[in-house]
Ligand binder design. Structure first.
Ligand code: NAD
Length: 472
């Protein structure tokens, strides 16, 4: 291991190579899977105040083996081409892993959203969309963006509106972007999807008693202590869902302004409101501030959840980790060098390409909903409810006992869109974990879950290329 820190992109490529070396696939095929297929780098002017600013932005389509390509758009002052390529490649593997039929892509706009007014951000977003349209880098069948770090449903609504203005009469235009507000052709459950997927993934990983025992833990998520870095979309929903539905205890939170701890638990909903009102998490009742923000890595807990940015756990701080599990809610939060140290320590890493795939999974559901022009559940909800009612009536008649009206309401309800989205997401996370675990347990020389996930993803993409006849 050299003294130089590996970049995020280098880490992703190292992880890819580690898995590829265990596969018997032609070099040319592996090179094709690894290479970014199209990189669009743009510079465009936007009027900010009384002058013009030249905005640097990117869209990378990593793999065209399946179309459309798919991936979020990041707004951050740290955006650069290397980072966007790494993120786009992770999208390819992520989609393959969870059987979402897209190639990977990612967008990046080098701006710090906090430095602009909403009107300025709207101009930046709309002009970015125009640039994408001009080069055919957006469209329901070509490339479908979504939210990522620094963006949300508001930006997706601006993208949709701009695209529609430039493509009047295109019947499927609403499927050009996902993560839209629900009242603008979005889907219920998309906002929370990545965090909910993290929760389902953790729950699944902890459901195997022998695996939990090997980590020195009891099975199940209930009572597990958790530390979260980043209280944005992914960190926030991971925290509240793990607390409210899983019974986990969040004992530490790290944000830009610092890190706070409370071994008795921090109520994430209340903390979020506190931050909204006061502009900081520091001073939240019952918590203590750590002197050094970065020391969140070494807080005593069962599960460490990095949910901010890449390369947060690196070779200089990996030794501090006391957690048994690192749940990679963010993309690339653990560098390849840090991973070597952590695996030696026996820390289990649930890899990003699996654990945060909930966002793209529900984006896929949104895209399907947009193409069908109908919300999920509309056809079957009442039919199912009536069948369930008949079933409950039959049971009551044949047993002579009756259920309470509360039980009846619960048992006879037909599924709404949100129920179906959650069910589809949970199914996706359970199935994908089963496949990764199977490879990890059964294949010789596979030392960790990330390598198992890469093997599964690479094999699926390779099989697509082979069936296309590109690589006989
Ligand atoms: P977000 O912008 O909503 O939130 C990120 C949060 O991290 C912000 O509150 C920010 O202040 C905080 N943060 C930044 N640097 C920090 C630091 N050094 N220490 C502590 N906190 C810090 O972004 P998000 O959408 O939640 O994305 C977070 C991560 O999850 C990214 O890696 C992203 O690529 C990944 N991800 C997001 C989605 C999605 O659907 N939004 C899907 C998959 C993966």
């Amino acid at each position: 291991m050299s003294n130089k820190q590996a970049s995020f992109h280098q880490s992703v490529e190292r992880n890819f190579d580690k898995a590829a070396n265990l596969l018997d696939l032609p070099k040319g095929l592996l090179d094709q899977i690894k290479a970014p297929n199209a990189i669009y780098q743009m510079r465009y002017p936007v009027k900010i105040g009384n002058s013009y600013q030249v905005i640097e932005a990117y869209r990378v389509q990593h793999s065209h083996h399946r179309l459309p390509t798919k991936g979020g758009i990041r707004f951050s002052h740290l955006v650069n081409q290397d980072e966007v390529v790494a993120l786009a490649s992770l999208m390819t593997y992520k989609c393959a892993l969870v059987d979402v039929p897209f190639g990977g892509a990612k967008g990046g706009v080098k701006v710090s959203p906090r430095a602009y007014t909403p009107e300025q951000l709207e101009r930046i977003t709309r002009r970015y969309t125009v640039e994408l349209v001009r080069k055919n880098f957006i469209g329901p069948g070509t490339d479908v963006p979504a939210p990522d770090y620094g963006t949300g449903s508001r930006e997706m609504a601006w993208i949709l509106d701009t695209y529609q203005q430039l493509n009047v009469g295109e019947i499927d235009a609403i499927a050009c972007v996902t993560g839209k507000p629900v009242n603008q052709n979005g889907i219920n459950g998309r906002t929370e999807a990545t965090g909910r997927g993290v929760f389902y993934g953790l729950k699944e990983a902890l459901s195997y008693a022998d695996d939990a025992k090997a980590m020195g833990l009891e099975p199940g998520i209930e009572g597990k202590t958790m530390v979260i870095q980043g209280l944005g979309n992914v960190g926030y929903y991971t925290g509240i869902i793990s607390q409210e539905e899983g019974g986990a205890k969040v004992v530490g939170v790290s944000e830009i302004e610092g890190t706070i701890v409370n071994p008795n638990g921090i109520d994430i909903k209340k903390l979020f409101k506190y931050r909204k009102d006061k502009g900081t998490i520091i001073g939240f009742p019952g918590t203590k501030k750590l002197e050094v923000r970065e020391d969140w890595v070494g807080i005593e807990c069962d599960i460490l959840v990095p949910a901010a940015l890449e390369s947060q756990i690196h070779k200089k701080n990996a030794k501090q980790v006391k957690a048994k599990i690192i749940a990679e809610a963010a993309n690339g939060p653990v560098t390849a060098d840090a991973e070597e140290i952590l695996l030696k320590k026996g820390v289990v890493i649930l890899p990003d390409m699996y654990l945060n795939a909930g966002g793209v999974t529900v984006s896929y559901f949104e895209w399907l909903k947009n193409l069908s022009h109908m919300r999920f559940g509309r056809m079957e909800k009442r039919f199912n409810a009536s069948q369930f009612t008949k079933l409950v009536n039959l049971v009551e008649r044949s047993t002579g006992k009756s259920v309470s009206s509360r039980e009846r309401t619960f048992l006879t309800r037909g599924g709404d869109e949100i129920d179906l989205v959650r069910s589809g997401l949970e199914e996706t996370m359970i199935t994908a974990y089963g496949q990764i675990r199977e490879i990890y347990k059964r294949r010789r020389k596979v030392e960790d879950l990330r390598t198992a996930a890469f093997i599964n993803a690479i094999n699926k993409v390779a099989s697509d290329y082979t069936s296309l006849g590109v690589f006989p």
